[in-house]
Design a protein around this ligand. Structure first.
Ligand SMILES: [Zn+2]
Length: 82
């Protein structure tokens, strides 16, 4: 049974915020709570800086390819509409 918390605390600035707001990331038993995109990106940038580049490069490349594909599909749809 999981306990539903109604209040969250931002791990970056300590601000308390209600459920349905902010960004909650669950990594197995680790929960990361951010009250805003700004705190989330601050944490994520620092996290990315600490992960060895050779480990992260492959994932970044794949994600980049996925977004490129989405952009390509969007462009195709747009050209069809005209
Ligand atoms: Zn915050």
């Amino acid at each position: 049974m999981s306990v539903v918390k109604s209040k969250h605390k931002c791990v970056v600035c300590g601000r308390v915020f209600p459920s349905g707001q902010g960004i909650i990331i669950n990594i197995e038993d680790l929960t990361l709570e951010f009250h805003s995109n700004r705190c989330f990106s601050k944490f994520t940038r620092e996290l990315l800086r600490r992960i060895p580049t050779h480990e992260i490069k492959g994932y970044a490349k794949r994600l980049l390819e996925e977004y490129s594909e989405i952009l390509l599909q969007k462009a195709k749809l747009k050209s069809k509409k005209i």
